[in-house]
Design a protein around this ligand. Structure first.
Ligand code: IPM
Ligand code: MG
Length: 365
């Protein structure tokens, strides 16, 4: 029996999900064997796969299983096939239900440029070299969950779509604290992003974050409006260390930050709550156009498994081994299509997985 033993729920989801998950599971088993960490993997249905099998994107037993595990590793969900279903039956609704159901209010999305991939970025080398940003996105509030919401019919018979962006002081404070703590462990710089020049909800956000700063005198706090933040991210991304923002702004800015690094296929994320297990998933989607063709980049999934070890299971050594293996494989010149550059070796998803296992085995030698 291994020294530590963890129950991991696997949600492979749709599209490239199963292929990239297979690689991540192999990698976890390999480091687990080296460090005497045991994993018990249980698969459950979510997203389009769950809709096909049960009619719902997040079956109740999936949520229960997640609640009773030590961590949840999620691949990707969604696809054209389910895009026209009513909202409550969409794969995305399952993902939002999982976040809400587990109370995962804090979403950590690191965007770090690896020297090996600088040429895969669409931005100039001097702009992106050295970029190392952590986006802390609020994940269970804001306009994604605010009431009222819906498409209503007005008195004149016209339809009117409504969503509500709302944050309570409690919601702002708890994500604010996670962000200050995160910044403290990094370079000590926190930029809070809002739209306080127009929105009351943002004014409250800014006021609370400013008040919290008194408890973190070692962290240098700044504020940006979201339009300016988007511009600064592509103009001079190195000015950022940690960014904290609400759900919708975080959704948008984390995709932009991801692309600085060359490919969204490289970026992991961690979604954490107060007590429930965390969910660890790549930032990218299910890429149905390349599903089943062995073309997907599994590295964001593998790095999500590393985040699971670090933030979810408190196993930093195992996380480091995985991250080292990823660097090794990139140094060897192996690339999937999304991060391909001249002179490199174009390989498939499984080949990257094999190279990772070899690299992990060499780390132990
Ligand atoms: C993300 C995704 C999701 C979101 C979608 C799939 C609901 O874009 O995790 O960034 O908007 O949060
Ligand atoms: Mg998104």
């Amino acid at each position: 029996m291994a020294q530590q033993h963890y129950r991991i729920t696997l949600l492979r989801g749709d599209g490239i999900g199963p292929e990239i998950m297979a690689v991540a599971v192999d990698v976890l088993k390999a480091v687990g064997a080296q460090l005497d960490i045991g994993f018990e993997f249980t698969e459950a249905l979510m997203g389009g796969a769950a809709i096909d099998a049960t009619g719902e994107p997040l079956p109740a037993d999936t949520l229960e299983l997640c609640r009773h595990s030590d961590a949840v590793l999620l691949a990707a969900i969604g696809g054209y096939k389910w895009d026209n279903l009513p909202r409550h039956q969409r794969p995305e609704t399952g993902l939002l239900g999982l976040r809400a159901g587990l109370g995962l209010f804090a979403n950590l999305r690191p965007a770090t440029i690896l020297p090996q991939l600088i040429d895969a970025s669409t931005l100039k080398r001097e702009v992106v070299e050295g970029v190392d940003i952590m986006v802390v996105r609020e994940l269970t509030g804001g306009i994604y969950f605010g009431q009222p919401r819906g498409i209503f019919t007005t008195e004149t018979g016209e339809k009117r779509g409504v969503n509500t962006m709302a944050y309570t002081e409690t919601e702002i404070d708890r994500i604010g604290r996670v962000a200050f703590e995160t910044a403290r462990k990094r370079k000590g710089k926190l930029c809070s992003v809002d739209k306080a020049n127009v929105l009351e909800v943002s004014q409250l956000w800014r006021d609370r974050i400013t008040q919290l700063a008194a408890d973190y005198p070692d962290v240098e706090l700044s504020h940006l409006y979201v339009d300016n933040a988007a511009m600064q991210l592509v103009r001079a991304p190195k000015q950022f260390d940690t960014i904290v923002t609400g759900n919708l702004f975080g959704d948008i800015l984390s995709d932009a930050a991801a692309m600085l690094t060359g490919s969204i296929g490289m970026l992991p994320s961690a979604s954490l709550g107060e007590s429930n297990p965390g969910v660890f998933e790549p930032v990218h989607g299910s890429a149905p156009d390349i599903a089943g063709q062995d073309k997907a980049n599994p590295l964001a999934q593998v790095l999500s498994a590393a985040m699971m070890l670090r933030y979810g299971l408190n196993q930093p050594t195992a996380a480091e081994r995985i991250e080292q293996a990823v660097l090794k494989v990139l140094n060897q010149g192996y690339r999937t299509g999304d991060i391909m550059s001249p002179g490199m070796d174009l390989v498939g998803c499984r080949a990257i997985g094999d190279a990772l296992i070899q690299a992990i085995e060499l780390l132990n030698a």
